[in-house]
Design a protein around this ligand. Structure first.
Ligand code: A2P
Length: 335
Protein backbone atom coordinates (compact mmCIF):
# COMPACT_ATOMS: atom_id res chain seq x y z
CA UNK A 1 0.00 0.00 0.00
CA UNK A 2 1.31 3.45 -0.90
CA UNK A 3 -0.01 6.71 0.55
CA UNK A 4 -0.05 10.40 -0.28
CA UNK A 5 2.28 12.32 2.04
CA UNK A 6 2.53 16.07 2.77
CA UNK A 7 5.56 17.68 4.39
CA UNK A 8 4.72 21.01 6.03
CA UNK A 9 7.88 23.09 6.50
CA UNK A 10 9.64 21.20 3.70
CA UNK A 11 12.22 23.94 3.17
CA UNK A 12 13.40 23.99 6.78
CA UNK A 13 16.23 22.14 8.52
CA UNK A 14 13.92 19.28 9.55
CA UNK A 15 11.96 19.36 6.27
CA UNK A 16 15.03 18.54 4.22
CA UNK A 17 15.76 15.66 6.60
CA UNK A 18 12.19 14.34 6.15
CA UNK A 19 12.87 13.92 2.41
CA UNK A 20 16.19 12.12 2.92
CA UNK A 21 14.70 9.72 5.50
CA UNK A 22 11.53 9.01 3.47
CA UNK A 23 13.92 7.99 0.66
CA UNK A 24 16.38 5.97 2.70
CA UNK A 25 13.67 4.04 4.57
CA UNK A 26 11.72 3.51 1.33
CA UNK A 27 8.57 4.92 2.94
CA UNK A 28 5.66 3.92 0.67
CA UNK A 29 5.00 7.38 -0.81
CA UNK A 30 2.45 7.55 -3.61
CA UNK A 31 2.41 11.31 -4.10
CA UNK A 32 4.51 13.81 -2.18
CA UNK A 33 3.36 17.36 -1.49
CA UNK A 34 5.94 19.87 -0.28
CA UNK A 35 4.47 22.79 1.65
CA UNK A 36 6.06 25.93 3.06
CA UNK A 37 5.37 29.66 3.25
CA UNK A 38 4.49 31.84 0.26
CA UNK A 39 8.17 32.91 0.15
CA UNK A 40 9.22 29.39 -0.93
CA UNK A 41 6.40 28.65 -3.41
CA UNK A 42 7.94 27.52 -6.70
CA UNK A 43 11.23 26.44 -5.16
CA UNK A 44 12.42 22.98 -6.32
CA UNK A 45 13.52 20.19 -3.99
CA UNK A 46 14.93 16.77 -4.93
CA UNK A 47 13.20 13.51 -4.02
CA UNK A 48 14.36 10.20 -5.54
CA UNK A 49 16.34 12.21 -8.09
CA UNK A 50 13.32 14.18 -9.33
CA UNK A 51 12.43 17.84 -8.84
CA UNK A 52 9.38 18.57 -6.70
CA UNK A 53 7.91 22.07 -6.55
CA UNK A 54 7.23 23.59 -3.14
CA UNK A 55 3.69 24.92 -2.77
CA UNK A 56 2.29 27.55 -0.45
CA UNK A 57 0.54 26.03 2.58
CA UNK A 58 -3.20 26.77 2.60
CA UNK A 59 -6.18 25.18 4.32
CA UNK A 60 -6.91 23.33 1.05
CA UNK A 61 -3.44 21.74 0.87
CA UNK A 62 -4.46 18.43 2.44
CA UNK A 63 -7.04 17.02 0.02
CA UNK A 64 -6.22 13.36 -0.63
CA UNK A 65 -3.33 13.38 1.87
CA UNK A 66 -3.08 10.36 4.20
CA UNK A 67 -0.01 11.33 6.27
CA UNK A 68 0.96 14.96 7.04
CA UNK A 69 4.37 15.56 8.59
CA UNK A 70 4.45 18.99 10.25
CA UNK A 71 7.62 20.89 11.13
CA UNK A 72 6.94 24.59 10.63
CA UNK A 73 6.55 25.73 14.24
CA UNK A 74 3.74 25.66 16.80
CA UNK A 75 1.53 28.42 15.41
CA UNK A 76 1.43 26.83 11.92
CA UNK A 77 0.56 23.46 13.49
CA UNK A 78 -2.18 24.97 15.63
CA UNK A 79 -3.71 26.65 12.59
CA UNK A 80 -3.34 23.91 9.94
CA UNK A 81 -3.44 20.53 11.74
CA UNK A 82 -7.25 20.87 12.13
CA UNK A 83 -7.63 21.37 8.34
CA UNK A 84 -5.44 18.32 7.69
CA UNK A 85 -7.50 16.18 10.07
CA UNK A 86 -10.72 17.45 8.48
CA UNK A 87 -9.38 16.31 5.10
CA UNK A 88 -8.80 12.81 6.51
CA UNK A 89 -5.05 12.97 7.08
CA UNK A 90 -3.25 11.74 10.18
CA UNK A 91 -0.70 14.32 11.33
CA UNK A 92 2.65 13.71 12.98
CA UNK A 93 3.50 17.06 14.50
CA UNK A 94 7.05 18.02 15.36
CA UNK A 95 6.03 21.23 17.16
CA UNK A 96 5.15 21.58 20.83
CA UNK A 97 1.59 22.74 20.02
CA UNK A 98 -0.26 19.59 21.10
CA UNK A 99 2.36 17.59 23.02
CA UNK A 100 0.89 17.93 26.47
CA UNK A 101 -2.79 17.63 25.41
CA UNK A 102 -4.35 14.66 27.22
CA UNK A 103 -5.93 13.25 24.08
CA UNK A 104 -2.77 13.54 21.94
CA UNK A 105 -0.24 10.69 22.12
CA UNK A 106 3.38 11.81 22.56
CA UNK A 107 5.43 8.99 21.11
CA UNK A 108 8.95 7.62 20.88
CA UNK A 109 8.52 4.27 19.11
CA UNK A 110 11.23 2.53 21.18
CA UNK A 111 9.49 3.61 24.40
CA UNK A 112 5.68 3.88 24.07
CA UNK A 113 4.57 2.61 20.63
CA UNK A 114 1.32 1.39 22.21
CA UNK A 115 0.17 5.03 22.60
CA UNK A 116 -0.01 5.57 18.82
CA UNK A 117 -3.33 3.70 18.62
CA UNK A 118 -4.98 6.28 20.92
CA UNK A 119 -4.69 9.13 18.40
CA UNK A 120 -7.55 11.30 17.12
CA UNK A 121 -5.81 12.55 13.99
CA UNK A 122 -2.62 13.93 15.50
CA UNK A 123 0.38 12.32 17.15
CA UNK A 124 2.97 14.60 18.69
CA UNK A 125 6.68 14.13 18.11
CA UNK A 126 8.52 15.00 21.34
CA UNK A 127 11.18 17.62 21.93
CA UNK A 128 14.53 16.60 20.43
CA UNK A 129 16.45 16.51 23.72
CA UNK A 130 13.69 14.49 25.37
CA UNK A 131 13.61 11.83 22.63
CA UNK A 132 17.27 10.84 23.00
CA UNK A 133 17.01 10.95 26.80
CA UNK A 134 14.09 8.51 27.02
CA UNK A 135 15.51 6.11 24.40
CA UNK A 136 18.59 5.75 26.62
CA UNK A 137 16.73 5.61 29.93
CA UNK A 138 13.70 3.41 29.25
CA UNK A 139 15.56 0.07 29.54
CA UNK A 140 17.05 1.19 32.87
CA UNK A 141 13.67 2.38 34.14
CA UNK A 142 12.13 -0.98 33.26
CA UNK A 143 14.94 -2.82 35.07
CA UNK A 144 15.42 -0.87 38.31
CA UNK A 145 12.97 2.11 38.23
CA UNK A 146 14.41 5.58 37.88
CA UNK A 147 13.45 7.89 40.75
CA UNK A 148 15.20 11.07 39.62
CA UNK A 149 16.89 12.45 36.50
CA UNK A 150 19.28 15.42 36.42
CA UNK A 151 20.11 16.35 32.82
CA UNK A 152 22.24 19.11 31.30
CA UNK A 153 22.18 19.52 27.53
CA UNK A 154 24.72 20.76 24.99
CA UNK A 155 22.45 21.51 22.05
CA UNK A 156 23.34 22.14 18.41
CA UNK A 157 22.19 25.33 16.70
CA UNK A 158 20.28 23.40 14.00
CA UNK A 159 17.59 22.86 16.63
CA UNK A 160 16.76 26.53 16.07
CA UNK A 161 16.49 26.08 12.27
CA UNK A 162 18.45 26.96 9.15
CA UNK A 163 18.77 30.63 10.14
CA UNK A 164 20.60 29.59 13.30
CA UNK A 165 23.11 27.48 11.35
CA UNK A 166 23.69 30.44 9.06
CA UNK A 167 24.22 32.80 12.00
CA UNK A 168 26.80 30.50 13.65
CA UNK A 169 28.71 30.05 10.37
CA UNK A 170 28.74 33.74 9.45
CA UNK A 171 29.57 34.89 12.96
CA UNK A 172 32.45 32.39 13.21
CA UNK A 173 33.83 33.52 9.84
CA UNK A 174 33.46 37.16 10.83
CA UNK A 175 35.33 36.70 14.11
CA UNK A 176 38.09 34.63 12.49
CA UNK A 177 38.62 37.26 9.81
CA UNK A 178 38.93 39.97 12.46
CA UNK A 179 35.82 41.89 11.45
CA UNK A 180 33.98 43.58 14.26
CA UNK A 181 30.31 44.41 14.52
CA UNK A 182 28.73 41.19 13.16
CA UNK A 183 24.98 41.79 13.19
CA UNK A 184 23.06 39.02 14.94
CA UNK A 185 19.44 38.31 14.02
CA UNK A 186 18.61 35.30 16.13
CA UNK A 187 20.69 34.59 19.21
CA UNK A 188 20.68 37.16 22.03
CA UNK A 189 24.47 36.88 22.40
CA UNK A 190 27.44 35.72 20.35
CA UNK A 191 27.03 31.96 19.74
CA UNK A 192 30.40 31.46 17.96
CA UNK A 193 33.06 30.46 20.54
CA UNK A 194 30.42 30.78 23.26
CA UNK A 195 27.89 28.77 25.31
CA UNK A 196 24.37 30.13 25.97
CA UNK A 197 22.28 28.81 28.88
CA UNK A 198 18.96 29.79 27.26
CA UNK A 199 16.84 27.68 24.90
CA UNK A 200 14.84 28.77 23.00
CA UNK A 201 16.71 31.99 22.34
CA UNK A 202 13.52 33.99 21.82
CA UNK A 203 11.56 33.04 24.92
CA UNK A 204 11.45 34.87 28.19
CA UNK A 205 12.28 32.82 31.25
CA UNK A 206 9.34 31.28 33.10
CA UNK A 207 8.33 32.48 36.60
CA UNK A 208 10.12 29.45 38.13
CA UNK A 209 13.40 30.55 36.52
CA UNK A 210 13.48 27.71 33.99
CA UNK A 211 13.17 27.98 30.19
CA UNK A 212 10.35 26.37 28.22
CA UNK A 213 12.86 23.86 26.75
CA UNK A 214 13.80 22.76 30.26
CA UNK A 215 10.17 22.31 31.29
CA UNK A 216 9.48 20.37 28.07
CA UNK A 217 12.15 17.89 29.15
CA UNK A 218 10.55 17.59 32.59
CA UNK A 219 6.94 17.19 31.46
CA UNK A 220 7.44 15.22 28.25
CA UNK A 221 9.73 12.66 29.91
CA UNK A 222 6.99 11.80 32.42
CA UNK A 223 4.30 11.58 29.72
CA UNK A 224 6.33 9.37 27.35
CA UNK A 225 7.57 7.07 30.13
CA UNK A 226 3.99 6.93 31.49
CA UNK A 227 5.25 7.62 35.01
CA UNK A 228 4.44 10.89 36.74
CA UNK A 229 6.45 9.96 39.80
CA UNK A 230 9.86 10.34 38.09
CA UNK A 231 11.47 13.57 39.29
CA UNK A 232 13.25 15.42 36.48
CA UNK A 233 15.32 18.59 36.45
CA UNK A 234 17.00 20.04 33.37
CA UNK A 235 19.42 22.75 32.28
CA UNK A 236 19.38 23.30 28.51
CA UNK A 237 22.33 24.98 26.84
CA UNK A 238 23.13 26.04 23.26
CA UNK A 239 26.67 25.31 22.06
CA UNK A 240 28.41 26.24 18.79
CA UNK A 241 27.84 22.84 17.19
CA UNK A 242 25.83 22.51 13.96
CA UNK A 243 24.37 19.07 14.41
CA UNK A 244 23.71 16.59 17.28
CA UNK A 245 22.69 17.29 20.84
CA UNK A 246 24.84 15.95 23.71
CA UNK A 247 23.58 15.39 27.24
CA UNK A 248 25.15 14.79 30.61
CA UNK A 249 22.65 12.57 32.41
CA UNK A 250 22.62 11.64 36.10
CA UNK A 251 20.00 9.21 37.39
CA UNK A 252 19.06 7.89 40.80
CA UNK A 253 17.41 4.48 40.74
CA UNK A 254 15.18 2.70 43.24
CA UNK A 255 17.22 -0.51 43.14
CA UNK A 256 20.99 -0.75 42.76
CA UNK A 257 22.38 -1.25 39.26
CA UNK A 258 26.09 -1.40 38.43
CA UNK A 259 27.70 0.46 35.55
CA UNK A 260 28.52 -2.93 34.00
CA UNK A 261 24.85 -3.95 34.16
CA UNK A 262 23.76 -0.67 32.54
CA UNK A 263 26.27 -1.24 29.72
CA UNK A 264 24.94 -4.76 29.21
CA UNK A 265 21.33 -3.54 29.14
CA UNK A 266 22.07 -0.74 26.68
CA UNK A 267 24.20 -2.93 24.41
CA UNK A 268 21.00 -4.59 23.15
CA UNK A 269 18.48 -1.76 23.71
CA UNK A 270 16.43 -0.71 20.66
CA UNK A 271 17.69 2.45 18.99
CA UNK A 272 20.78 2.66 21.21
CA UNK A 273 24.43 2.35 20.19
CA UNK A 274 26.76 1.80 23.09
CA UNK A 275 30.12 3.52 22.57
CA UNK A 276 31.90 3.11 25.87
CA UNK A 277 35.53 2.04 25.72
CA UNK A 278 37.41 4.61 27.76
CA UNK A 279 40.65 2.54 27.60
CA UNK A 280 40.69 3.44 23.91
CA UNK A 281 39.22 6.94 24.36
CA UNK A 282 35.95 5.89 22.75
CA UNK A 283 32.80 7.75 23.75
CA UNK A 284 29.90 9.38 21.88
CA UNK A 285 30.61 12.60 19.98
CA UNK A 286 28.38 15.06 18.15
CA UNK A 287 30.42 14.42 15.00
CA UNK A 288 29.95 10.65 15.43
CA UNK A 289 26.15 10.93 15.74
CA UNK A 290 25.60 13.47 12.93
CA UNK A 291 23.75 11.85 10.03
CA UNK A 292 23.18 8.62 12.01
CA UNK A 293 19.96 7.13 13.37
CA UNK A 294 20.97 5.81 16.78
CA UNK A 295 21.15 7.36 20.23
CA UNK A 296 24.81 7.00 21.21
CA UNK A 297 25.52 6.32 24.90
CA UNK A 298 28.84 6.14 26.74
CA UNK A 299 30.88 7.34 29.74
CA UNK A 300 28.63 5.10 31.86
CA UNK A 301 29.79 5.10 35.47
CA UNK A 302 28.40 4.85 38.97
CA UNK A 303 27.67 8.10 40.78
CA UNK A 304 29.77 7.58 43.89
CA UNK A 305 28.08 10.44 45.76
CA UNK A 306 24.82 8.48 46.26
CA UNK A 307 23.83 4.83 46.83
CA UNK A 308 22.00 4.09 43.57
CA UNK A 309 23.27 6.53 40.97
CA UNK A 310 24.54 6.37 37.38
CA UNK A 311 26.14 9.01 35.16
CA UNK A 312 26.21 8.82 31.38
CA UNK A 313 26.78 10.83 28.19
CA UNK A 314 24.02 10.63 25.56
CA UNK A 315 24.38 12.00 22.00
CA UNK A 316 22.06 11.90 19.00
CA UNK A 317 21.40 13.72 15.73
CA UNK A 318 18.73 16.26 16.68
CA UNK A 319 17.41 16.58 13.12
CA UNK A 320 17.09 12.80 12.66
CA UNK A 321 16.16 10.83 15.81
CA UNK A 322 15.37 14.14 17.53
CA UNK A 323 12.90 15.14 14.81
CA UNK A 324 12.41 13.71 11.30
CA UNK A 325 13.39 10.08 11.91
CA UNK A 326 11.24 9.72 15.03
CA UNK A 327 8.26 11.24 13.17
CA UNK A 328 8.70 8.88 10.21
CA UNK A 329 9.05 5.88 12.55
CA UNK A 330 5.68 6.92 14.03
CA UNK A 331 4.21 7.19 10.51
CA UNK A 332 5.55 3.70 9.67
CA UNK A 333 3.81 2.28 12.72
CA UNK A 334 0.60 4.09 11.71
CA UNK A 335 0.64 2.34 8.35
P1 A2P B 1 9.92 28.98 4.45
O1 A2P B 1 11.26 28.40 4.07
O2 A2P B 1 9.05 29.26 3.27
O3 A2P B 1 10.01 30.15 5.41
P2 A2P B 1 13.44 26.21 10.01
O4 A2P B 1 13.01 25.47 11.25
O5 A2P B 1 14.66 25.64 9.37
O6 A2P B 1 13.52 27.69 10.25
O7 A2P B 1 12.25 26.00 8.96
C1 A2P B 1 10.93 26.39 9.21
C2 A2P B 1 10.01 25.83 8.13
O8 A2P B 1 8.68 26.32 8.39
C3 A2P B 1 10.36 26.31 6.73
O9 A2P B 1 10.07 25.29 5.79
C4 A2P B 1 9.43 27.49 6.54
O10 A2P B 1 9.12 27.80 5.21
C5 A2P B 1 8.18 26.95 7.22
N1 A2P B 1 7.28 28.07 7.52
C6 A2P B 1 7.53 29.18 8.24
N2 A2P B 1 6.46 30.01 8.24
C7 A2P B 1 5.51 29.41 7.48
C8 A2P B 1 4.19 29.75 7.08
N3 A2P B 1 3.62 30.90 7.44
N4 A2P B 1 3.49 28.88 6.29
C9 A2P B 1 4.07 27.73 5.90
N5 A2P B 1 5.33 27.33 6.25
C10 A2P B 1 6.04 28.16 7.03
Amino acid sequence: MTVNVAVVGATGAVGEEFLRILESRKFPVKELKLLASKRSAGKKMRFYGCDYTVQELTKHSFQGIKIALFSAGGSISREYVPYAIESGAVCVDNSSAFRMDDDVPLVVPEVNPQDIAKHHGVIANPNCSTIQLVVALKPIHDAVRIKRIVVSTYQAVSGAGLKAIDELQKETASILSGHEGFKRNLFPYQIAFNVLPQIPQSNAFLPNGYTSEEMKMVNETKKIMGDNSIRVTATTVRVPVIRSHSESVNIETERKITAAAVKKLLSTAPGVKLVDDTANQLYPLATMAAGKDEVFVGRIREDESIDHGINMWVVSDNLRKGAALNAIQIAEKLL
